[in-house]
Design a protein around this ligand. Structure first.
Ligand code: AVI
Length: 329
């Protein structure tokens, strides 16, 4: 399949070296120090994230898959699509499309003609997505696109049927609220009356469950977080001693988010030659590397409404840990 490529510069930039240096300068010279989540996803980071999704403590992936498996046909039906016309499934941040096949199979059963339009910054991930969807749902037409959907929201060509946009995997939760709203507003501006959005979000729950999901027994999430320092060592010639930083997961109840930090275990100096930086870290000082926002039905509804969507229906699991919300334009 041909990949359409749109230049990108913020989510996980196609030219990551320049952006990496820019973010290191922006985030490590100020206090409190912070870096941006896309930096976690180099090759090793993406591999570690795939491992995280299978951990016993990391419930979001399997909970979302369970909701999809149970309600896929109801979700497609609730879009109100006219099955005499084709159905287009646009997926933001498709990744490897591991869960999307469930919805596409339901769409094929209900509506003969289905077009799958996955958008992702990683061409490797898109190729994997198209391979797996090609096998799982052979009747689906594939139109993949490499793009940064934050800076360059995909332009949708006119289409003689309903478009269902999917943004699942709780990825919206890794953006601060203002950015999340912008992403959804931009997406909405590409949709037309009758089209719909399916949004996957993680819900607020007891703190211990949340913390376990981001600080697992086997230490995979710790390795995922610390890999960011290995990446700066590999790509920018930095000399972080990763034995002198430790992974911390915190629940910030006021902001309703889990935060991942890297905490310095002692007073130390670090050089990052390719960014021209010399840094001093005090013992217990942290670098905030990721936030993962958790929603309630109310905060979810207002996020969608502020972005101009109307909430149609939410499907959840028996414990109400995770939500898939269908919203109209
Ligand atoms: C990709 N994203 C939805 C994950 C999350 O849960 O926020 C990233 C992650 N970070 C640590 N574990 C998983």
């Amino acid at each position: 399949t041909d990949l359409r490529i749109i230049e990108s510069n913020s989510l996980a930039p196609l030219d990551s070296r320049e952006a990496l240096i820019g973010e290191v300068l922006r985030g490590l010279r100020k206090r409190p120090r912070s870096l941006v989540p896309w930096m976690l996803y180099d090759c090793e980071g993406s591999r570690l994230f795939e491992c995280i999704t299978t951990l016993p403590e990391y419930y979001p992936t399997r909970t979302e898959r369970g909701i999809l498996a149970r309600h896929a046909e109801a979700i497609v039906t609730a879009t109100g699509a006219d099955y005499s016309r084709p159905l287009r499934l646009l997926e933001l941040g498709a990744g490897t499309a591991a869960k999307t096949g469930i919805l596409l199979s339901a769409a094929i059963r209900l509506c003969g003609q289905v077009v799958y339009f996955p958008v992702d910054v990683s061409s490797d991930a898109l190729e994997a997505a198209c391979d797996s969807i090609g096998c799982m749902c052979p009747g689906v037409r594939l139109e993949p696109m490499v793009a940064n959907y934050v800076t360059h929201p995909p332009r949708l060509e006119r289409f003689n049927g309903t478009t269902l946009a999917m943004y699942i995997g709780s990825s919206i939760g890794n953006f601060p609220p203002a950015e999340a709203r912008t992403i959804l507003r931009n997406l909405r501006s590409q949709l037309r009356a009758g089209d719909a959005l399916l949004l996957g979000t993680d819900l607020v729950k007891d703190e211990a469950t949340l913390l376990r999901a981001y600080d697992d027994e086997a230490g995979v999430t710790a390795a995922f977080n610390l890999n960011l320092l290995h990446r700066l060592n590999r790509e920018l010639g930095a000399n972080f001693d990763t034995g002198c930083f430790r992974h911390r997961a915190r629940w910030n109840g006021r902001a309703s988010r889990i935060e991942m930090h890297l905490e310095s275990t002692c007073d130390q100096s670090v050089e990052i030659p390719d960014a021209g930086l010399s840094l001093r870290f005090a013992a217990l000082e942290t670098i905030h590397t990721e936030s993962s926002y958790k929603f309630t039905q109310e905060t979810l509804d207002s996020l969608l409404e502020d972005a101009g969507f109307t909430v149609d229906r939410t499907w959840t699991d028996p414990r109400q840990w995770y939500a898939l919300t269908l919203a109209g334009v």
